[in-house]
Design a protein around this ligand. Sequence first.
Ligand code: NAP
Length: 490
Amino acid sequence: MTAAQESELLAQVPDLLFIGGDWVDSTSGRAIEVHDPSTGLVIKTIADASVADGARAVDAAVAAQDGWASTAPRVRGEILRGAFDLLQKRADEFAMLMTLEMGKPLAEARGEVAYGGEFLRWFSEEAVRIGGHYGVNPEGTGRMIVTHLPVGPSFLITPWNFPLAMATRKIAPAIAAGCTAIVKPAELTPLTTLYFAKLLEESGLPKGVLNVVTTSTSGEVSAPIIADPRLRKLSFTGSTPVGVRLLKQAADNVLRTSMELGGNAPFLVFEDADLEKAVDGAMLAKFRNVGQACTAANRFIVHESIAEDFAARVTARVTQFTIGRGTEEGVGIGPLINEDAVSKADTLVRDAVARGARVLTGGSAVEGIGTFYEPTVITEVQAGSDILREEIFGPVLSIVTFTDEADAVAKANDTEYGLVSYVFTRDLARGQRLVESLQTGMMGLNVGVVSNAAAPFGGVKQSGLGREGGAEGIGEYLETKYVLTPDPFV
Ligand code: NAP
């Protein structure tokens, strides 16, 4: 895409709030400037919602709720399927938009369009499979009916790292289940959600079913929405500290909640692993999205007998990365989202080095325009280093060693997080044991990426509550209703 085509694409993205099916200006008198992290330049200015705008969005979602809940599941599904088809036609536009506002390499942005789109297709199919059951009560005196109904108006808060997929992973099941929604994208990457709302509008989504509120004052605008007694559900993806705060707010309104929070994924490589496959997996698990993924491998825990070999092999791969603006073909490492992200990665690496780790490649921020950090490998990371405890959210691969399986499991589980783990071994029995002993909601067994729209994504411990995707995903937006009727034969 040329610079002129980039401008043309950005011009097509709405710069207003989407409330009740209308594109409306905010009442705050403020605006949000969206930046390209690879240049630091403002690429678009959009509406910045006020508390009053948030309230208007809730009104719209509430007004549309009954009509949407009673819309035939097939109709709901077909709107999602239409959106899926339209997204395929606009895949290049969505990929470019994500690269512009978030920085990820274009090839990865295309991958996210494919992944994010799958939630539309999957939930278009799930919309017509909302089951229930009918049975005789144990006493034989009555008939028990169990049915599932939409939870009601839902508030969906998404992070900046996967601007499309984190939105579709919530919006699609909400729509499929018959819930209306207010979505609040991250301030750093709101454009993809706005453009996606426009796509849903074109796909025939009725007015008010989806409302989009972009704001620079998330806490201020969100709190009254969460406290509104007409709201029934909060689904959040983001950091654990913010998730904890929102859970407390949601408790006051007894909201159904889904929390997709932070991770600190262990990546275990056993002495019997196929090392080249482990290296392939490591490159994906670590460097996808420039390391800015909740599923990113944060701690490489490698058997002491192969650690040196593993480190040399990953280092050889890492040194081949091209760093640059994500819009350029061939770039493997784009910018981090902002200066804070660069400084966090740098601080963690410096702390690890000060405690005895060795840098095999990288280890510094890239000087110049944009917020780039060198793809880095550090080894001999010592216990107690901050990098083993905190989410790196950058292209830094850090290696520690283990002696035996018990040691590996103890090190892997030594975190308050429990989103995903990766294990590379050829020993089937060991793999099976680890399925049960690793405290994570998901596990990649000899693979470096687990995300799939057909699978239940989510974590345990402080990585969250609930699941997105799979058969479980729509259940997050459904209430169970039980009905008892007398024995019809008496
Ligand atoms: P974040 O700072 O927690 O923000 C996430 C979202 O919450 C953004 O839309 C943010 O809006 C909003 N927010 C922040 N404070 C809020 C408040 N007081 N009230 C209401 N909303 C508030 O996280 P992030 O930096 O965007 O994302 C990175 C984190 O997300 C990492 O920890 C990562 O592991 C996690 N993540 C988890 C998953 C998963 O599925 N488990 C997936 C992706 C990312 P503003 O942008 O306006 O601040």
